[in-house]
Design a protein around this ligand. Sequence first.
Ligand code: ZN
Ligand code: ZN
Ligand code: ZN
Length: 105
Amino acid sequence: MMTARKLDLGCPLCGSHEILYTCEPRCCFNHVCTACKASFQTSTEFTGVKVEGPIESPGEKESGEPTARCAKCRSIDVVSLDDGSIACCACGAALKLVFLDVEKR
Ligand SMILES: [Zn+2]
Ligand SMILES: [Zn+2]
Ligand SMILES: [Zn+2]
């Protein structure tokens, strides 16, 4: 069993991990960096490989927690793994994080 952490996002502009998700878990994926105030949307790309074995989900998302949707099955149960990569707990896809609409403040 792979152990997973809650999704850990680094700001695409300043690299801070103090990221707030400003909307509902399944809504627009609009995030704000609390350090530099940049806003961006999260998206994922399927890398073509699956993680071996089941991934233990760290649990239900709380509001405000960084969130991304799996490019393969559209679940939002996307987590960070110990090696720093991200994957989907629902379908096991290894994913690549993509930032969209990055806006400087
Ligand atoms: Zn930032
Ligand atoms: Zn929204
Ligand atoms: Zn998935």
